[in-house]
Design a binder for this molecule. Structure first.
Ligand code: M6R
Length: 368
């Protein structure tokens, strides 16, 4: 059932090109290069009226939400707040008449996410769910559902669910941009074309030549006390996910920081040979990122940088660089996360741990 892989996690990592393709599937109008979401029951007029969005989720699903926030805000100019479900459910959220809530849950059974959904519905707020499980509680109780078509995810560490959630958020953001008229049709078509190329680019990140580099880096950190992930904007969102994945299955302590925050405290922890994974894939803040990296290097950090194909600058500032295939900056997170998943996987294997069933954790957190 692991299809020749030694763990479900590795199998699911390698299923990502297909999972992403299936999730986009019939939602792309091939001819017009626009998004269609026939499963939405609400009218376009109703959808266009939303002027505020909450995205509520836990763990990796919340990290997908952070990417969603940036793309929705950029493409539709609707303010989005991302909240951890266990916090949100006990808050007194400010809903307006035009607030939409998006809950994201792979399993559709996470207790806190479900509770947040129920709270919102009690206040008559429309809830749109992004979930991977047809017939799950979240799918049944939400007003609207967009399914991720990732197929069953068995490993505790979420991988293909994350990339499928991120893709679903891209599709939703593009659709919302069209109904709101915030992106011209040719720009939407351009993003759609880039989206269609993503599965092939994910596949290239999974090739042995790329995977072996993450395997080697994982072997080199297997005894360290701490790993730091740094990035800005979308790279920060992906850093959080890379860090969670590493902690979760390798039990190596790690932290993710917005790179600009380092000098407000964390830089004190950087000394000789502390591994730092620096994501620098976003052109608008690339130079700022490089200055942060130089500061880390000056304190002795050992830096694995992530840049986009074609860049020659980052290599001068770091010890080693992994290059992402080029795509639109907004779409890069879905590529950047792939080597980070592999890093966590190989670190876990290198430490002789049970990749699929990390200690203390359950696949679906159905109790508070
Ligand atoms: O099923 P859900 O998406 O609601 O699960 C949320 C989190 O429990 C989950 O993403 C968790 O953080 C993963 N184990 C991370 O890999």
């Amino acid at each position: 059932e692991k299809g020749g892989y030694d763990s479900f996690m590795l199998k699911e990592i390698y299923e990502q090109p297909q999972a992403v393709r299936d999730t986009m599937g019939a939602r792309i109008d091939q001819e017009k290069k626009r998004i269609v979401l026939p499963e939405l029951k609400m009218s376009d007029t109703e959808l266009a009226a939303y002027d505020r969005i909450y995205i509520v989720a836990c763990g990796t699903s919340m990290h997908a939400g952070l990417v969603g926030k940036d793309v929705i805000e950029k493409w539709t100019r609707v303010p989005v707040e991302v909240a951890v479900a266990s916090e949100f459910r006990y808050r007194d959220p400010i809903y307006t008449d035009n607030t939409l809530m998006i809950v994201i849950s792979q399993s559709g059974e996470t207790a806190d996410t479900l509770a947040a959904l129920r709270e919102a519905k009690k206040s008559n707020v429309k809830v749109l769910a992004i979930t991977n499980v047809v017939g799950s509680s979240v799918a049944r109780e939400a007003d609207e559902v967009l399914f991720t078509w990732a197929g069953p995810e068995v490993a505790v560490a979420s991988t293909k669910a994350y990339t499928s959630q991120v893709v679903t958020l891209y599709l939703f953001a593009l659709y919302l941009a069209e109904v709101k008229g915030t992106l011209p049709a040719d720009e939407i078509a351009n993003v759609v074309e880039h989206l269609q190329a993503i599965p092939g680019k994910i596949a290239s990140m999974l090739e042995e030549s790329e995977a072996s580099r993450m395997r080697d880096f994982a072997a080199s950190i297997k005894e360290v006390g701490s790993v730091f992930f740094i990035g800005r904007s979308l790279d920060y969102a992906v850093s959080l996910e890379g860090s969670l994945k590493l902690k979760e299955i390798s039990y190596i302590h790690s932290e993710a920081y917005p790179a600009g925050e380092l000098k407000h405290g964390t830089l004190a922890l950087i000394e000789d040979n502390v591994p730092v994974i620096a994501l620098a894939t976003q052109p608008d803040i690339f130079e700022k990122m490089v200055s942060n990296i130089v500061e880390v290097k000056a304190r002795g950090g050992r830096i694995l940088g992530f840049a986009t194909e074609g860049d020659t600058e980052l290599a001068k500032a770091v010890d080693e660089v992994i290059y992402m295939p080029s795509t639109l900056p907004m779409l890069t997170p879905i590529l950047t996360v792939i080597p980070l998943q592999l890093l966590a996987y190989y670190a876990s294997v290198a430490r002789g741990l049970d990749v699929d069933k990390p200690r203390n954790l359950a696949k679906s957190v159905t109790v508070e």
